[in-house]
Design a protein around this ligand. Sequence first.
Ligand code: GTP
Ligand code: MG
Length: 228
Amino acid sequence: MDVSDYSNELQAYLLGHGDDLLTHIIQFNELMMRYQAAIKEVSTKLEILKSDFQMRNQRSSIESIQSRIKKPASILKKLSSRGIEANLETIRTQLSDVAGIRVICPFIDDIYQVAEQLAIQDDIRVLRVKDYIQNPKPNGYRSYHMILEVPVFFMDNKELMQVEVQFRTVAMDFWASLEHQIKYKRDIPDAEELVRELKSCADIIAETDRKMLELRRRMEQQKGSETE
Ligand code: GTP
Ligand code: MG
């Protein structure tokens, strides 16, 4: 087995599990299929909320829905960075972002509305919420994160699967995407200055988000008074 092409974490894993590697790969793929199914369940719920809102309000509360399954290398890296042995059990119990969905909304109030409408569905259990809109990260990152548990029915059982849902406005997504790209470019000489400027961009963007919401509300009020 030539493992030299793989990351350190993957190499260590492959060397430790060489004997029954095939069994492990099959079981791993089966688990990933289960996470993919959970993504489908939650994405469908979001699509339905989007259509319902559109019908009632003649505008969209969701701009786009993206999803991803965490890559095997990232799963191993995250577990090993926390000193946890990688196996099917630890993937399920220690990681909450194997299945990830990102919901991009036009306005800040859309985020809270859609998140609430998802959270109150009676088959969904909200395990954790991190509101980085009310409490932005020191670097300026803003988003609303929810860890959910959703039941998924398979051939012979029902499983509760965890899904991480990140809600952001278009503006917050714009900042997070570019910040992510910049972060991965290492050895930047004036890093401190860069961090400060990124934070300042995040604050300007947040202010714009607030203004856009206010503008929309003013327009709605005007429309409301015209039809009275
Ligand atoms: P992770 O170990 O990165 O998953 O962090 P965590 O377990 O503390 O969870 P948290 O809710 O803080 O972040 C989860 C995810 O949010 C990350 O995997 C990113 O997708 C996103 N995120 C968090 N902080 C940042 C940030 O500063 N910049 C960007 N671009 N994304 C972020
Ligand atoms: Mg993550």
